[in-house]
Design a protein around this ligand. Structure first.
Ligand SMILES: [Zn+2]
Length: 88
């Protein structure tokens, strides 16, 4: 299954696509042309962290990768602890 949506972020439209990433050798990717891809096979909490990570790259292109990662993990943990889950 493949899922996709679009969001507006800092006035720029971004497509978010959840699909199997294999050849890309990444769990998620953020392309400057406005595409975020997340591996749909990730466990829910990892998928959340990957989504936040790529959203930080999209919103703050100059933010260091490590900062994106640490913020993403904190955001994912907060959302997870509050009980948000993916609908299947
Ligand atoms: Zn990154």
């Amino acid at each position: 299954m493949r899922r996709k949506t679009t969001i507006l972020l800092n006035g720029k439209r971004w497509r978010i696509v959840m699909r199997k990433l294999g050849r890309e050798r990444a769990h998620a990717q953020c392309w400057p042309d406005g595409l975020i891809e997340i591996d749909i096979r990730l466990a829910q909490k990892r998928k959340l962290a990957a989504l936040f990570h790529e959203l930080f790259h999209a919103a703050f292109p100059d933010m260091a990768d490590g900062k994106c990662e640490s913020l993403a993990k904190s955001y994912a943990a907060a959302v997870w602890l509050l009980g948000f889950r993916e609908l299947r």
